[in-house]
Design a protein around this ligand. Structure first.
Ligand code: AMP
Length: 398
């Protein structure tokens, strides 16, 4: 359980509350095209409004590289928020400038102000203390509810906590409670599924999970380095040559710990990586014991789908992060879809890490059949690594 104070543990009535949200949403032609992260922030904002706070919201959007650039304005987010809250959401023209200060000072109880994109200042990502102090001076309380950036120590995600009472919002609380329970006190069997491109990106996740799960399933590009570690020929499949020894060690560790480590038993192969990624491609399925020397594995095959689905079916807790194949190409998306479907059909506590796997689950319309879809890709991965997230460790203890 999260040992940090939350917004419901302190008196917020009549107080100016600075809330760091993750409003880094996709925008096309001035309109928000996926508002999941905005919806995720609503419980905290509504709670503060109901409790007569003066709410000052802030977030980053995209990568404006430390300069005011209206291509990255939060104006479309203000409009969307205003629709959801049913009250005006005033947008300040700056972050710590005259306009933000004037508008923050004029706020009345139950009103909402949104500051402009915090990354219009280079000091944000540098966690500059002067900038953090100026930002903090707008408010009396700091609430961090931006799980998607909780793995970053920036001024608005961590620095401000040096100058104000600092607590978490309901979104961060929910993310940590659900994922923390799965990692530290899971209902068993506990099955984790990892996919995605490289072993190198998931080294610490694999190590940490091996100490906790009953079954670890590995698919995606990273599976081929594990197959190579078992001395199987992998043809032209993706290989992290430097990580073969690491994979050997993980296979041995799994055996020693009594963890079942499942790798694909068959794979869909093609002659070359599709270029562009959604180009037409001719493929066929082979056993992972006989991948042809001139072909590469681009998705798991049907037997692997069934093997993985069977493990998921017997689980009480399932955590999934990363696609099973080059899912951007419809011909190579079947394995990822099969895993998403197995999670949706399972009665277990199912948790999907952010990023590609979360997008897959949402696109397929399975989102409401999953216990928890994390709003943070990088942050949820670091959480699975067992790391302390700076945006959470900076908050006041209970
Ligand atoms: P990650 O960012 O590590 O989660 O990796 C996601 C990427 O891995 C996606 O863009 C997939 O296309 C890619 N990927 C998945 N399976 C394979 C594979 N067998 N070979 C090459 N790339 C893959």
């Amino acid at each position: 359980m999260l040992n940090k104070k939350s917004v419901s543990d302190i008196n917020v009535k009549g107080k100016k509350v600075l809330v760091r949200c993750d409003f880094n949403v996709p925008i096309k032609d001035g309109t928000v095209t996926d508002d999941n992260r905005i919806v995720g922030a609503l419980p905290t904002i509504k709670y503060l409004l109901k409790n007569d706070s003066k709410v000052i919201l802030c977030s980053h959007l995209g990568r404006p590289k430390g300069e005011f650039n209206m291509k990255y304005t939060l104006a479309p987010v203000a409009a969307k928020l205003s629709d959801y809250l049913g009250i005006p959401v005033v947008l300040a023209k700056d972050i710590i400038g005259e306009d933000a200060k004037k508008k923050a000072a004029a706020l009345k109880n139950g009103e909402v102000l949104l500051l402009e994109n915090v990354r219009f200042h280079a000091e944000e990502e540098k966690n500059d203390p002067t900038f953090a102090k100026e930002l903090a001076s707008l408010a009396e309380i700091y609430v961090n509810d931006a799980f998607g950036t909780a793995h970053r120590a920036h001024a608005s995600t961590a620095g401000v906590a040096d100058y104000l009472p600092a607590v978490c919002g309901f979104l961060i609380q929910k993310e940590i409670d659900i994922m923390g329970k799965a990692l530290n006190d899971p209902d068993r069997p506990f099955v984790a599924i990892l996919g995605g491109a490289k072993v190198a990106d998931k080294l610490k996740v694999i190590e940490n999970l091996l100490g906790k799960v009953d079954t670890l399933i590995i698919g995606g590009g990273m599976a081929y380095t594990f197959l190579a570690a078992q001395e199987k020929g992998i043809g032209k499949s993706m290989l992290d040559a430097e990580k073969v020894d690491y994979c050997k060690k993980m296979l041995a560790d799994a055996k020693e710990k009594g963890v079942k480590l499942l790798l694909p038993v068959d794979t869909i192969v093609g002659k070359a990586f599709p270029d562009p990624i959604d180009a037409e491609i001719t493929v066929h399925t082979v056993c992972t014991c006989e991948i042809p020397a001139d072909e590469m594995g681009l998705d798991i095959g049907e037997k692997s789908e069934a093997l993985f689905a069977d493990a998921i079916k017997g689980a009480k807790t399932v955590v999934w992060n990363g696609p099973m194949g080059v899912f951007e190409n419809p011909v190579l998306a079947k394995g990822t879809i099969a895993v998403a479907k197995a999670l949706a059909e399972s009665n277990a506590v199912t948790i999907v890490g952010g990023g590609d796997s979360a997008a897959a689950v949402e696109q397929l319309g399975f989102a409401d059949k999953i216990t928890h879809i994390s709003t943070g890709g990088g942050a949820s991965l670091e959480f699975l690594e067992g790391l302390e997230l700076p945006g959470i460790s900076c908050l006041n203890n209970k």
